[in-house]
Ligand binder design. Sequence first.
Ligand SMILES: C[S@@+](CC[C@H](N)C(=O)[O-])C[C@H]1O[C@@H](n2cnc3c(N)ncnc32)[C@H](O)[C@@H]1O
Length: 322
Amino acid sequence: MVGTRHLGPSHHDLAGQEAAGLHVPVLLQPVLAFLNVRPDSTYLDGTVGGGGHAEAILSQSAPSGQLLGLDRDQEALAAARQRLAPFGQRALLRHGSYADLPELAQELIPVDGVLLDLGLSSRQLADPQRGFSFSQEGPLDMRFDPAEDSPTAADLVNTLSVKELTDILYRFGEERQARRIAEAIFRARPLRSTTELAQLVAGVARRTGHIHPATRTFQALRIAVNQELETLSAALPRIIELLAPGGRLVVISFHSLEDRIVKRFIRTESLDCICPPEIPVCTCNHRARLAVLTAKPVRPNTAEIEANPRSRSARLRAGKKI
Ligand SMILES: C[S@@+](CC[C@H](N)C(=O)[O-])C[C@H]1O[C@@H](n2cnc3c(N)ncnc32)[C@H](O)[C@@H]1O
């Protein structure tokens, strides 16, 4: 599906930010527009990362707008803390999952807007020790929160059955060669490093299109390790409850699995009845809670993609609380 393309910041601005080691926020102008950022209002950034979007929201909501930023990654929070320091008490930062926003943002509720910019940041991808990148040698970790006592990608590849691995690669990576890759993993284990896994996959999987053969395997493992889709599905209904009437929900996703969840959610929440079409009289008592603001997903324009290739697959969807 081709969505609306928006003007982004100039190539020059983005190159400068990237060179300074900052995560470049994607679709920045559409985020500010769909959040309807105004002075003196309150926002939640559920995936604050390096604080790029948060910085712009705080600037535009001066002099007394407030933002609470959350991240599962303590290193991301440290970077955000530094970047948002000039805003003083207007910026609050907390460690946790956006699924727990109702509990973690209690004192600010109801809010005027919630932003989720899903997936991982350039900083996380660039750090070999985090294990997200198949092109740099590192441990097979992939947890957004490495301090959490939860299974790593190494735990999954070294303990799951061929069937379980196939399911993960197929469901979360949409990998057509899932079974072949899962069998190769099973035969080769234990696997310890990112490059070991990437080389193994490249050796057994036929290359399709321009992407590296291990791209889908790495995406699938990352989604499984962090339970990303379950978290998103469980969190969205809770997040609507946090919005004041007229408040905005803005979500940026980076692959079709996430985007499908967001699209269906916003569409369902915009309907007054969700009964199956064959039922003549409504029995569901469902009431619309959102107005759809993006009939089609908003996508970066060519200039933004050129300046920030990571933005290539970004899709933004937004809704407004009724
Ligand atoms: C694409 S980055 C966000 C970048 C940010 N918007 C900026 O402009 O700098 C996504 C961030 O979400 C975090 N994250 C992923 N899942 C999360 C969750 N369930 N709860 C909170 N943070 C999460 C990651 O650790 C990462 O830092």
